[in-house]
Ligand binder design. Structure first.
Ligand SMILES: Nc1ncnc2c1ncn2[C@@H]1O[C@H](COP(=O)(O)OP(=O)(O)OP(=O)(O)O)[C@@H](O)[C@H]1O
Ligand SMILES: [Mg+2]
Length: 245
C-alpha cells in the first residue's frame, strides 16, 4: 500500500518544492517506486524543477475521469509526477469532502511505494487536510522569524488533528549541520512548552548554489549535479525518511 509523505512549511519560498522533488528522486534512486503530487493546486511548479511539460493534470484525474496512470508523467530516474494545474481556481479551492475523496482515490489507484505531496504555502483547510492524511510530514523551515512562526503555526494546526509523532522539522538553507540542529532545538523547545509534545528531526539541508543552478538549467539536481553536496544531503535525508515510515 502506498505511503504518503507531506512536505509543508506555512511560509512560501523556503524550499518545499526543492525538498519534495529531491526527496522523491532520492527515494526512487534507492530503488523505490515514487510519485510526486504537486499539491500546490493553484500555482503548480514542480514540473519546472523536473524539466517536463505535462499535458494532463490532477484536474483531469479529479474532474474528468482520467486514470491516475494516464496523469502520471515519467521523469528523471523513473519517478513520476502528478502535475498540479497552474491558475485553475477549481483545484485551488476544493471543499473538504473532495480532498478526502482525492486521498482515497489516490490510495486505491496508486501502485507506488511512496507518494510525496508538495503542499502549498499557507494554512488553508485544503493544505491542512492534505497534510493530515500523510503518513509522515516534513516541515521545511529556514532561519528567519517569519518562517519559524509559520512553521510553528502548521505544527500547531497538525497537533489539533493528530499527534506530532510522525511530524519532522527539516531546517533548510543552513550554513552547517550544527546551525540546523540549533534551529530544530529552538522549535522543539516551543513544541514542548506550548504543545506538550516534541517534534522529530532527521537532519539538515545545507545551502547549496547547485540547487538554483539546476532549476535554471531546467534539469533535475541528480542529472545536472550528481556529485553535489545537496544531492548527497537529499539521499541521506531520504534514507532517514524511510527508516521513520
Ligand atoms: N538548500 C538550498 N540551497 C540553495 N537554494 C535553495 C535551497 N533550497 C531552496 N533554494 C532556493 O529557494 C528558492 C525557493 O525554493 P522552492 O521553490 O523549493 O520553495 P517553495 O517553498 O516551494 O516555494 P513556494 O511557496 O513558492 O512554492 C528556489 O529558487 C531554490 O533554488
Ligand atoms: Mg513550491
Amino acid at each position: 500500500m502506498v505511503q504518503f509523505i507531506g512536505v509543508a512549511s506555512g511560509k512560501g519560498g523556503v524550499g518545499k518544492t526543492t525538498t519534495a522533488v529531491n526527496i522523491g528522486l532520492a527515494l526512487q534512486s534507492l530503488g523505490r517506486k515514487v510519485s510526486l503530487l504537486d499539491a500546490d493546486m493553484g500555482l503548480a511548479n514542480a514540473q519546472l524543477f523536473l524539466g517536463v511539460t505535462p499535458k494532463l493534470s490532477l484536474a483531469d484525474f479529479l474532474f474528468h475521469d482520467a486514470k491516475l496512470e494516464d496523469v502520471q508523467i515519467p521523469c528523471f530516474g523513473g519517478m513520476t509526477l502528478i502535475p498540479g494545474a497552474s491558475g485553475d481556481s477549481s483545484l485551488a479551492n476544493l471543499p473538504t469532502p473532495s480532498i478526502a475523496n482525492l486521498i482515497e482515490n489516490l490510495r486505491n489507484q496508486s501502485s507506488d511505494d511512496y507518494m510525496i505531496f508538495d503542499i502549498a504555502a499557507g494554512i488553508s483547510h485544503q493544505n491542512t487536510e492534505m497534510l493530515a492524511a500523510c503518513d509522515l510530514c516534513l516541515i521545511v523551515m529556514v532561519d528567519e522569524p517569519s518562517s519559524i512562526a509559520d512553521a510553528y503555526g502548521v505544527i500547531k494546526l497538525q497537533k489539533e488533528r493528530k499527534s506530532n509523532a510522525s511530524t519532522f522539522l527539516l531546517p533548510n538553507r543552513s550554513r552547517d549541520s550544527e546551525s540546523g540542529r540549533k534551529l530544530y532545538e529552538q522549535m522543539n523547545g516551543l513544541c514542548m512548552s506550548f504543545l506538550g509534545e516534541p517534534i522529530g528531526f532527521m537532519g539538515t539541508l545545507l545551502e547549496d548554489p547547485d540547487i538554483r543552478m539546476s532549476i535554471i538549467k531546467r534539469e533535475p539536481l541528480p542529472k545536472a549535479f550528481p556529485g553535489s553536496r545537496s544531492w548527497k544531503n537529499f539521499v541521506e535525508i531520504s534514507m532517514a525518511v524511510e527508516k521513520n515510515l
